[in-house]
Design a protein around this ligand. Structure first.
Ligand code: ZN
Length: 142
């Protein structure tokens, strides 16, 4: 899933649990669950830069709205596993696709199923996922 989706869900989970340690665990676990939902991904560096800018935008809005440490830790640990994907992509680009880099996170390595769906449905599932998590958890941080 897009980093902004992982971040938004991790942020809401972390904010709901209110404990930094549990927030980190929930961010990582949510990454696996979200990756199993059929979704679209992207493969261009420019799209990754836009996605990261969207993460920073959501983080700034969340901070202005009073998000605490647990929420932010949940969000950042939610996107942390995709760092290996970004590094592998940049290394492949630099090495002109000579090597396929091995990914280790369970939902990236093939150990746990990684759902795939074409645009626009793969984007719609991400929007729906964020909305469902928001609808379920919104009372937890009000
Ligand atoms: Zn991932």
């Amino acid at each position: 899933m897009y980093a902004v989706t992982h971040f938004s869900v991790g942020l809401m989970l972390g904010q709901a649990v209110g404990n930094p340690y549990v927030a980190c665990a929930s961010g990582l676990i949510s990454h696996i669950v979200l990756d199993s939902i059929p979704h679209s991904d992207y493969g261009k560096t420019a799209q990754g830069v836009l996605d990261f800018a969207a993460v920073l935008t959501v983080a700034c809005i969340a901070i202005r709205q009073g998000a605490g440490l647990s929420g932010l830790l949940g969000g950042f640990t939610g996107i942390l596993p995709d760092l290996e994907v970004a590094i592998a992509h940049l290394r492949m680009t630099k090495e002109k696709g000579m090597h396929k880099h091995r990914l280790r996170f369970p939902s990236h390595s093939g150990l746990i199923r990684h759902g795939r769906l074409r645009v626009p449905w793969g984007v719609a599932t991400q929007i729906a996922t964020v909305f469902v998590v928001w609808a379920v958890l919104r009372d937890a941080w009000l």
